[in-house]
Unconditional design. Structure first.
Length: 528
């Protein structure tokens, strides 16, 4: 990297003290040329001066007038050779999304840092200066002509159907998904697969998106006025995400209808996160900042599923039932059904036509997916964590509470080994079966797919926090936080000791798992 004294810095921050603090740190690091800006407009003016090029832009995201999101796009549009650092007080999932957006725009993104800025953190980011990489785009085509679709929009042939979203355990309707269908005068009811690609590629997506959003928001408002605690989700087309004014248009619709945006979830297909990724992620980030819920729907066989630029998506696996469509009623309101009890008890948990989805930016709820996914972690995954897995598995099985339970270790020296013989013996005496357990090491994907990662001691918890990626979904907790009879922070490691220590560890694990089971039952469904 170039010497800091030779670099020119621009700090865009609306908070006067934070701006002063960051500039002082840069000067303490040896920077001679540090320029402050109170908002995006002032920063862009300094960036646009060809006689005084800026080497590093340090910007906040949430600023009045022109915010940091727009400023990043403007930086990319001008093809300026300026490195970028984001400084924000927003949560880590938004920071990760902003990072993905900046990289997709081809900006030389050095990293994100939380407020207040620390000298070591800023110095470490400045050591990462690199060359920007250009984003890629992709073309699409489809069957119906643009003229036919435009005529259908003019003739109001498109309709909104409402598909209920159902709690797979209680069978209560938790909300609905608004789906666009074309009532074609010749072909009857036409599904989006036949017209959406042409609609997107010919600039017709905005009109359909606004129509669906307005109808969906009206329905949701009516439901809530009738006392139903429901929300609504809307599918966004690929082309709609390219419009950086999308958030303003949708907030205007919800304001006109009288609905809080937090009751609206926008669902985006994964393919939308591949083409022209920068603009799309800017739209998604702005929508999240406005309060809308966001989900990225997994499409089987979709291209680009492992594109590193999609690391801004929080990977939360979720099930969604598809019991059937609801048409708008004559008075303009969608019906609010409750599913009848199934003929056979197991069917309610399976639903009909289940699909897998991933939440793009998580809501600040500590409720869990259904079934919840729990991972116990110790050092080697041969003693404490497999015992905890076996205890919780039996507790929940007895109450017929579905859950995905696993265990792992932070170290790898026992990978592929069975549980410790003494752990097998003491658990067997108490009626637990852990013979199926095979030791494995914690993976990065565990932080994205599990709801709760439970550490058996503080050292393991601290190690997990170090390993967690920026967009981790999983909540990391200590096992004994859930204990009701025993106090302390650590379940002692019995490895190398006699059966008495194993029995003591199992006593603590049983107490904590009993409390954990109650905790899970109280937080079993995430709001749609």
């Amino acid at each position: 990297m170039s010497r800091i004294s030779k670099l020119r810095f621009l700090v865009a921050e609306d908070h006067a003290f934070q701006r002063w603090h960051c500039c002082n740190i840069l000067r303490a690091l040896g920077a001679d040329a540090v320029f402050p800006a109170a908002d995006g407009h002032a920063a862009l003016e300094l960036l646009s001066d060809p006689n005084s090029p800026i080497d590093v832009l340090i910007t906040d995201l949430d600023m009045p007038e022109m915010d940091g999101v727009v400023l990043i796009r403007k930086l990319a549009e001008r093809s300026l050779a300026t490195s970028l650092i984001i400084v924000t007080a927003m949560d880590r999932s938004l920071m990760a999304t902003a990072e993905a957006m900046a990289r997709a725009y081809g900006v030389d993104f050095l990293g994100a840092i939380e407020k207040p800025v620390a000298t070591k953190g800023l110095q470490a980011l400045l050591a990462r200066r690199q060359t920007p990489v250009a984003a890629k785009a992709c073309d699409i085509d489809t069957a119906f002509s643009a003229e036919e679709i435009a005529e259908g929009l003019r003739n109001r042939e498109f309709e909104v159907f409402l598909q209920p979203k159902v709690d797979l355990i209680t069978r209560d309707v938790k909300g609905a998904e608004a789906l666009a269908r074309w009532r074609h005068p010749t072909f009857g009811l036409v599904y989006p697969k036949a017209f959406m690609q042409t609609l997107e590629s010919n600039g017709l997506a905005d009109e359909l998106t606004s129509f669906v959003a307005f109808q969906a928001a009206e329905n949701c408002r009516d439901w809530r006025m009738m006392g139903h605690d429901l929300s609504v989700s809307i599918n966004l087309s690929v082309a709609s995400l390219e419009d950086v004014c999308l958030a303003d248009r949708l907030i205007a619709i919800t304001s006109a209808v009288g609905l809080d945006p937090r009751y609206v979830t926008l669902e985006i297909t994964e393919s939308a996160a591949v083409r022209d990724l920068g603009r799309k992620l800017e739209s998604l980030l702005r929508l999240r900042m406005k309060g809308f819920g966001l989900q990225a729907r997994h499409q089987r066989g979709g291209r680009g599923r492992r594109d590193p630029a999609r690391m801004g998506a929080a990977a939360l696996v979720r099930l969604s039932a598809r019991p059937g469509l609801l048409h708008r009623t004559a008075d303009g309101r969608g019906a609010i059904p409750r599913l009848d009890p199934p003929a056979r008890p197991g069917l309610a948990r399976l639903g009909l036509g289940m699909r897998t989805m991933r939440i793009f930016a998580m809501r600040p709820s500590r409720q869990f997916t259904m079934p919840p996914r729990i991972l116990f972690v110790c050092t080697a995954n041969i003693c404490r964590s497999p015992m905890a897995e076996g205890v919780l598995r039996r507790l929940l099985a007895r109450s017929r509470f579905p859950a995905a339970i696993d265990s792992a270790g932070t170290a790898r020296h026992c990978v592929n080994m069975p549980p410790h013989p003494m752990a097998l013996a003491v658990t067997k005496r108490r009626g637990y079966n852990i013979t199926h357990t095979v030791a494995r090491q914690v993976r990065k994907s565990d932080f994205l797919t599990f709801d709760l990662i439970v550490a058996v001691d503080r050292a393991t918890r601290d190690r997990l926090r170090e390993m967690a990626p920026p967009d981790a979904w999983a909540e990391i907790r200590l096992l004994l936080e859930f204990a009701t009879r025993h106090r302390g922070k650590n379940v002692p490691d019995p490895h190398g000791f006699g059966p008495g220590v194993f029995e003591r560890s199992l006593d603590l694990i049983e107490d904590a798992c009993s409390g954990l089971a109650h905790y899970l039952r109280a937080r079993r469904v995430i709001p749609p």
